[in-house]
Ligand binder design. Structure first.
Ligand code: BES
Ligand code: MN
Ligand code: ZN
Length: 499
């Protein structure tokens, strides 16, 4: 379902007489909110203003009883002005959508509150917050909803009120915000689908239809082509599964025939039971989310196409399940990777790095100028950083810095961990070129070290999103479950590469 977002001018309030008008109230200066409202509206909300101090997240909804003009005004606290940024705007817009949703309204009008931000960025972030908040995953629910399934009505139209002089910037910002939110919502939908639906073959078909829709080149390698490509590590993980593997290649050719390629690689493990080194039952259902990196890469490619970015971007998603059967890879087995190097599989649950090894090798062979991978790779990253940041590790300082900046701008923070050579020793094998695990200590770093071996000399960075791609404590514009992280980070990073 698409949400219709329109821009309306602040000097034409008649154009935005919706059911609910959302206004930001700053804690530092609540008065500026009132100054921006037309006189009749101000009068209509009357003394209710006194209840509003602007604390972030505090929402007061007042009925106006106006014959013309919004039936309700939502006064939404946005906190102190020194904390104002794009992320605060996303949250503000999301709270506006939630206020409408809770009242079973299909539309709302949001007064964009730049608060010193550039007008394009302000509209972008407002659109992101509203569109991300409006997304829901309902395709598997029967029509008769459970009582606690939430409101039935969906917000399907959002008007953004902007100052008349900002029209051009606002249009540009809206296009970016829409592309980012569409890409992220696409990823969230794929993430949310359970393992019995979102199989590797399903991801392949989803990539093909999305590519057709937005104009990407797509190639989905099946078992035979995967074998021809000598992706033995992907095949080894796939051995224990009844579902065929896929290797998805999406191309956005925006940088001309001569331009360099940037590669985005995403782990597409559609269900990770751990293999013979099986995971405990408690919470195992969450392992349907082990394809979150792959979903994010597809979402980022979708946005790159939507925005027509003047870059060549290739998205690579190796996809399989990690299950158990008499044919499954066993602890102690030695397998070969695409590039020829051998790996002793100590723990079959460290499967993500195996399938990524082949994908990184493929990216390297394409001649990529930079590679960024995203993967729900280690539980250890949650121990290191909690759920508030993605870990970033890489071989190129400039690349890591650019990702840190993009994450901050996108509201999807990442934070660096070191990749010193001391950690490499933990992967030494007695029988093969390396082991696939490095012991209990520094699990996120040794996993990244494993990947590094396959990226070679290409500037490369790895995003461990095991703590950030999904969760149960959503931000206002998210919902429990799939978060679609790091689609916005990846696309802002790509946008930053456009000179
Ligand atoms: N997909 C998991 C990582 C994961 C764990 C993601 C928890 C989200 C939540 C990955 O394949 C895995 O199993 N990693 C192991 C590595 C270990 C065997 C070295 C882990 O983190 O326990
Ligand atoms: Mn695993
Ligand atoms: Zn996994």
């Amino acid at each position: 379902m698409t949400v219709d977002v329109r821009l309306v001018r602040s000097d034409e309030p008649a154009g935005y007489c919706a059911e609910l008008l959302a206004v930001a109230v700053s804690e530092s200066d609540p008065g500026t909110a009132w100054a921006a409202l037309p006189e009749p509206l101000l009068e209509a909300i009357g003394p209710a203003r006194r209840d509003v101090r602007g604390r972030a997240g505090h929402v007061v909804v007042v009925h106006t009883a106006l014959a013309e003009g919004p039936a309700r005004v939502a006064l939404i606290g946005v906190g102190k002005s020194e904390d104002w940024n794009a992320e605060a705007l996303r949250r503000f817009a999301a709270r506006a959508v939630r206020a409408a949703e809770e009242r079973e309204l299909e539309a709302c009008t949001i007064v964009v509150h730049p608060g010193g931000l550039d007008a394009a960025l302000a509209v972008q972030a407002t659109a992101e917050g509203a569109l991300l908040a409006a997304w829901r995953f309902e395709e598997l629910r029967s029509a008769a909803l459970e009582p606690d399934a939430g409101p039935r009505t969906r917000v399907s139209a959002v008007d953004l009120v902007i100052e008349a002089g900002h029209r051009t910037a606002a249009e540009a910002g809206l296009a970016v915000g829409r592309a980012l939110a569409d890409g992220q919502n696409f990823a969230r939908t794929l993430q949310s689908r359970p393992g019995n639906i979102a199989t590797p073959a399903h991801l392949g078909v989803a990539a093909e239809s999305m590519a057709r829709e937005v104009g990407l080149e797509v190639e989905v390698l099946g078992m035979e082509r995967i074998r021809e490509e000598r992706m033995h590590a992907l095949l080894a993980v796939n051995q224990g599964s009844a579902q065929e593997a896929r290797f998805i290649v999406l191309r956005h050719r925006g940088g001309g025939t001569e331009g360099p390629w940037v590669a985005l690689v995403g782990k597409g493990l559609t269900f990770d039971a751990g293999g013979i080194s099986i995971k405990p039952a408690l919470g195992m259902e969450e392992m349907k989310f082990d394809m979150s990196g792959g979903a994010a890469v597809m979402g980022a490619l979708r946005a790159a196409a939507d925005l027509d970015l003047p870059l060549n971007v290739v998205g690579l998603v190796p996809s399989t399940e990690n299950l158990i059967s008499g044919e499954a890879v066993k602890p102690g087995d030695v397998i070969q990777t695409r590039g020829g190097r051998t790996v002793e599989v100590i723990n079959t649950d460290a499967e993500g790095r195996l399938i990524l090894a082949d994908a990184l090798d493929y990216a390297k062979e394409l001649g990529a100028a930079a590679i960024v991978d995203a993967a729900t790779l280690t539980g250890a990253v949650v121990v290191a950083l909690g759920r508030h940041a993605t870990a970033v590790l890489g071989t190129d300082d400039e690349l890591v810095q650019a990702l840190l900046g993009a994450g901050e701008l996108a509201g999807e923070r990442c934070w660096p961990l070191p990749l010193w050579s001391e950690y490499r020793k933990q992967l030494k094998s007695e029988v093969a070129d390396m082991m696939n695990v490095g012991g209990r200590e520094a699990g996120t770093i040794t996993a990244a070290w494993f990947l590094r071996e396959f990226a070679g000399d290409v500037p490369w960075a790895h995003l461990d999103i095991a703590g950030t791609a999904y969760g149960t404590e959503p931000l206002p514009y998210q919902r429990k479950g799939a978060y679609g992280v790091p689609v916005r980070l990846l696309v802002e990073w790509l946008r930053g590469r456009v000179a």
